[in-house]
Write a protein of this length. Sequence first.
Length: 142
Amino acid sequence: MQKWLLAFAMVLLLIKVVSAQTETPLELSATTNQTPSFILTDPKEVLKHEGELVVVEGCVASAKLKNQVNGKPIFLDLFVVYPDNIVTAAIWEKDQPKFLSAADYDKKMVRITGMAEKRKNQDRITISLREPKQITILGDCK
């Protein structure tokens, strides 16, 4: 009887551990300075993290200043160029003096940290960059 109770307790413990690993959302600890512990490299995965702080690593397929758009952003299209892209980083006009020029980011492998914001009525994510520490150039795209 004791062996059966011990086996039953072990099964319950195992279920609890597995459940905690698959159903509990990732919580960011204060010791990590609110930085996720994973890096997203697939644009479709980024879509799954709308409203979350994310780290995305990918190639800037196109970097352009868009003077005709409200806020005159620099758009960094990650992975593929617009209109086929899913992830874009935006550097708005008021923050641009802190950053490099659009040409300096073009065709570079970058790591970007920021909030994944879904664009209106589209399956696209925009990450607004307000500080240069949010983007790191890792090298040239392959």
